[in-house]
Every structure is written in C-alpha cells, then in structure tokens.
Design a protein around this ligand. Structure first.
Ligand SMILES: C[S@@+](CC[C@H](N)C(=O)[O-])C[C@H]1O[C@@H](n2cnc3c(N)ncnc32)[C@H](O)[C@@H]1O
Length: 320
C-alpha cells in the first residue's frame, strides 16, 4: 500500500459500512468512486466481497485513486453512475448486492484550482467532472440568457440575489468574456448588497458556484437517470445507499425510495388495488442519517451530507 495520503475525507463512513451490503454480499458498486475511501471501508468490513465496480466521471481522480487504493477486487470505470447497466452487461454480471452513491465533488477536485470548482483560488472557470464533456461553467456564464442564469442560481443555489447577480454577470461579460473563477467571484461579491455580504457566514459566491457546478454536470438529471436503472441492477436483497448534499438531490432519492416501498399507486378512493404494483424496496433508514457533531468538527463538508438506504425486496414481482 502506498504512503500517499488521500486528499478527501469520506463522510458518514460508519453508516455507509452498516448499510452498504447484505452480510454475505459479493459484488459491490461504488458509483462515485472518487479516491475510494468508502470502498476501502466496505472491503475491510465485508470479507465476502469478491468484486468492486468503481465508477467515476472523472478520469483524473480514478487514475490518482490507484496510488491510494490498490486491490485486485476493484475494477475502475470512467463513466456515469447511470451507465451501470452497460458496465454490468459487458462484465457479464447479472446483478449486484450493494450500490453506493456519494454525490457531489471530491475535495481532490475542489482543491485543484485548474479544475475551476472553487472561488477561493484563481483558476479557469471549468467545473466539469468529466473533462471530455463539451460545456464548461465559462460557457454557461457567458452564453446563457438572464432568465436561465436566474433559474439556475435560484433553483440549484437557492440564491436570493439571483437577479442582481445575473445582471452583474451580463454587464461584465459585455466588456469581455468571463473566463476565471476569481473574476466571477468578484462580480458576485460586488452584486450582493454590502449589508448581506457582511451578515453572511459564507462567501457570497458559494451558492452561485454550487449552482453552476450542478448545471455544468447536469447532476440532477444524472440522479434521475441513475434512479431509473438502479432497481434493475440490484439482486433481490441487495442494498441501495445514497449520500446527497443538496435538498433537491435528497428529495429525488427520498421520493424514489418511498414510491417503490409503497408499491400500489392506485388513487386512495379505490376500495381495492387494481394496479397490482407490489412494494419493491424496504427502507432501511426510516429517516435520513446525518453526521454527528464530532464528524462535522473534523470535516465541515459532512454537515450537509445525508444518507438514505433501502433493500430490494426478495420476492420479484412480475418483473415490475
Ligand atoms: C464526494 S466524491 C466521492 C468520494 C468517495 N466516496 C470517497 O470516499 O473517496 C464524489 C465523486 O463522484 C464523482 N461523481 C459525481 N457524480 C457522479 C456520477 N453521477 N457518476 C459518476 N461519478 C460521479 C465525482 O467526480 C467525484 O469524484
């Protein structure tokens, strides 16, 4: 094992280990592999695991992870988590026993100014997790119209000064294209009223940077695509665990789990079920699991993390 220290502290590790797999699970999918911190903990806790499918959109982080975690059971794939069906089919695997997603970005990506995720260091306005994808944050900031910028800042960043910030961006880009993180951060800072700037505990650019990252990487669309295929990839009794950092992500995960836990979707006034849909998921975490204060003090990023986990029902119901 190499001496290189991981540049990312994995969140909610104990809870991930508790829910990742059924006791004798053999095939584990880490759909957001990053530097492999969660996989390392899962491998240590589940000796029966024979194979790990490690997926990440980011080729650079996958390469780097090989220096940190080298285990013959792990096979890495640069792909979206929602590409899992094709990955499994090419590997000749019909179903897996556990799938984990730990959404968002890794500190390894955030801390590299060349990737453009952070406003705290000057860098190109990039923010792509997958460097092969065409559109960067620079493209969105310079090419979207006001309405779309406001929508992104409001919806994905819950930014209350979305309109003022969009106006300031449009004014500034009329002079010259906005290409760097520090210039965008300064535009946002100056657009926020001084009173709010001083009252706020976070940098005024925090929400807009988060919103742009979600838009650039189409993160919500990707979760929806993943949820649409997740059940098909799990063996009966297999576990699905998802850590999200944003209320919109968590809402998608929660309603997905509730829908497949409930099964029947007949209107409540129907005296008997006519849809025939049976529950396909058993929810393992009645409420989302959050980090304890001790973890938050060591890793502030864990404050907004929440984990939900569910088990695929053992009895398959008419292929539904
Ligand atoms: C929070 S980090 C994961 C950290 C990892 N669990 C660990 O303990 O080291 C999220 C990683 O998932 C990747 N990622 C995010 N969304 C993805 C998706 N939909 N498909 C594949 N990879 C994704 C990012 O590139 C990033 O490397």
């Amino acid at each position: 094992m190499s001496e290189i220290k991981p540049a990312h502290l994995s969140v909610l590790v104990d809870a991930v280990v508790k829910y990742a797999l059924p006791e004798n699970g053999k095939i584990f999918v880490d759909g957001t592999f990053g530097l492999g911190g969660h996989t390392r903990a899962v491998l240590a806790a589940y000796p029966a695991v024979e194979r790990v499918i490690g997926i990440d959109r980011d080729a650079e982080i996958l390469d780097y992870s090989c220096k940190i975690l080298d285990d013959p059971r792990i096979k890495r794939y640069q792909a979206n988590a929602s590409d899992l069906p094709e990955i499994l089919s090419n590997a000749g695997i019909s179903g897996v026993d556990g799938i984990l997603l730990d959404l968002g970005v890794s500190s390894y990506q955030l801390d590299n100014p060349a990737r453009g995720f952070s406003f705290s260091k000057p860098g190109p306005l990039d923010m792509r997790m997958n460097l092969d994808q065409p559109d960067t944050a620079e493209d969105l900031v310079n090419e979207l119209d006001r309405q779309e910028l406001v929508r992104i800042f409001r919806e994905y960043g819950e930014e209350k000064f979305s309109g003022r910030i969009a106006d300031a961006i449009i004014q500034s880009r009329a002079d010259s294209r906005i290409t760097t993180t520090d210039r965008l951060a300064a535009i946002i800072r100056n657009a926020v009223p001084a009173y709010n700037r001083h009252q706020s505990q976070i940098h005024p650019a925090t929400r807009v940077f988060q919103a742009l990252r979600i838009a650039v990487n189409k993160e919500l669309e990707e979760i929806e695509s993943f949820l649409a295929i997740a059940l098909k990839c799990l063996n009966p009794g297999g576990h699905l665990s998802i850590i999200s950092f944003h209320s919109l992500e968590d809402r998608l995960v929660k309603s997905f789990m509730q829908k497949y836990h409930k099964g029947c979707d007949c209107p409540p006034q129907f005296p008997v079920c006519i849809c025939g849909k049976k529950p396909q998921l058993e929810i393992l975490t009645r409420k989302a699991i959050f980090a304890e204060e001790e973890e938050i003090s060591q890793n502030p990023r864990s404050r907004s993390a929440r984990l939900r986990s569910a088990r695929k029902s053992i009895v398959e119901v008419n292929g539904r």
